[in-house]
Design a protein around this ligand. Structure first.
Ligand code: TXA
Ligand code: MG
Length: 396
């Protein structure tokens, strides 16, 4: 099948594109569309065969549930059994926007869409193109990120094309996604709201709205039997470039020296190394990098939104550079930094070299510091614990 790319220009002509896309969706074909987070691959969320077509196009395991996207608040009513008070607060504060909420589903929502679960994820995106598509289709749009399974989520139409050309009829091109990381996911079906996936809306904002909020331990560490992630999609290999990636934590100069040393060793074997670095530390590398170390600047670490915006494009780029190994700096786990580090840890398959002299203690980072500690959060994060505070420690 030929994959057309249709570019939105903000004019009245865009309506033609949304009508064309809605027609494909009615016929059961998924189409890619922009949102403020990442591109989605949308189909009719109430039609089991549309959901199957989405899984097939992505090559995604069908036990991994899809998010239902709505354009109008009332559209949620037929989809969910109840709207708990915490959910109502979240919707009032953050919709439309980069927040997905997990509810108990009604029978209207097919299990093909929810990966067999009794719950359903719902999000109301703020991107006008996404809202226009949903309204044109006239149904809730089930949409995972529009990447091939396992690849970083697409943040521009070209990324979607690279992954899905020939598999879908249409990509609506709305330019680069503003945020660049997927939505925050909060589950409100239990007694305490729980973050299943960190995103642009961070823990401090959620806590100031809801009070107690817990964090799925799988968000912080490598999933094992004790920390099987509550969002099924978080258990899969994800974001991973083909080239091995190692995160390096520690003081700037020491870290740069380590990465340069690794690049030197690789160069002696005729190999080239890459490094994901921030603008502030670039000078530590530049003088010595030469040809053996390809520097990929991610933006300023004082502006995590900049790092988030370009992260997936950088991860995609790595595989085109003929590198044998890539190292990445770690970033402070502030509200958005926690989401950045969550994606980076997965991309690195949790491979971390920690050069810090002092291991961080209780108050080391904003994400875990304020995390509510429920009994089930005392899992083991041994493999990644050194770069951030273990919630188990906070638990005492
Ligand atoms: O920003 C986003 O959320 C993007 C855009 C397109 O909206 N979508 C997205 O979808 O990231 P996807 O399918 O790549 O990730 C959805 C995540 C998966 O980890 C999935 O397991 C989880 O949401 N999820 C969906 N429904 C769930 C449910 N009922 N319970 C727990 N986790 C759920
Ligand atoms: Mg995804």
């Amino acid at each position: 099948m030929e994959t057309l790319i249709r570019k939105l220009d903000g004019s009245a002509d865009d309506e033609v594109i949304f009508r064309e896309a809605a027609e494909w969706i009615r016929r059961g074909y998924p189409v890619a569309f922009p949102t403020e987070t990442v591109y989605g691959l949308g189909g009719n969320g109430l039609d089991p065969s549309s959901s199957r077509a989405i899984y097939a196009a992505k090559g995604r395991p069908s036990d991994n549930p899809l998010i239902l996207h709505i354009a109008d608040r009332e559209a949620i009513l037929p989809l969910v059994r109840e709207i708990p008070p915490a959910a109502q607060k979240l919707m009032d504060a953050f919709w439309p926007g980069p927040l997905t909420i997990i509810f108990r589903k009604t029978d209207l929502v097919p299990r093909e869409t929810t990966g067999g679960l009794d719950t359903v994820a719902v999000r109301m995106p703020s991107h006008p193109g996404a809202a226009a598509l949903i309204r044109a289709a006239g149904v809730p749009i089930a949409a995972p990120s529009a990447n091939a399974s396992g690849r970083p989520s697409p943040t521009c139409a070209q990324h979607v094309y690279e992954d899905l050309q020939g598999r879908i009829p249409l990509i609506i091109d709305g330019g680069e996604c503003e945020i660049g990381l997927e939505s925050t996911i909060v589950d409100v079906t239990g007694p305490v709201p729980e973050i299943l996936r960190p995103g642009y809306i961070g823990l401090p904002a959620l806590r100031s709205l809801l009070g107690t909020v817990s964090v799925d331990p799988a968000v912080l560490g490598k999933p094992d039997e004790k920390t099987a992630p509550r969002a099924p999609g978080m258990k899969y290999r994800h974001y991973a470039p083909q080239v091995p990636l190692t995160l390096v934590a520690g003081p700037d100069e020491k870290r740069a020296a380590h990465i340069l040393q690794k690049a030197q060793e690789a160069a002696e074997k005729g190999e080239r190394t890459g490094a994901l670095v921030c603008r502030e530390t670039l000078p530590y590398y530049q003088a010595e990098a030469g040809d053996r170390l390809l520097l990929i600047p991610l933006g300023s670490r004082n502006r995590p939104e900049e790092i988030a915006h370009g992260l997936f494009a950088a991860l995609r780029h790595l595989d085109e550079c003929g590198l044998s190994h890539v190292y990445s700096e770690t970033f402070e786990e502030g509200p958005l930094g926690a989401a950045i580090m969550n994606r980076l840890r997965k991309a690195a398959a949790f491979d971390l070299t920690d050069l810090s002299e002092l291991q961080p203690s209780g108050a080391a980072d904003a994400f875990t510091e304020t995390a509510d500690t429920s009994a089930e959060t005392s899992g083991t994060f041994a493999e990644t614990a050194s770069s951030f505070t273990q919630k188990g420690e906070n638990n005492g």
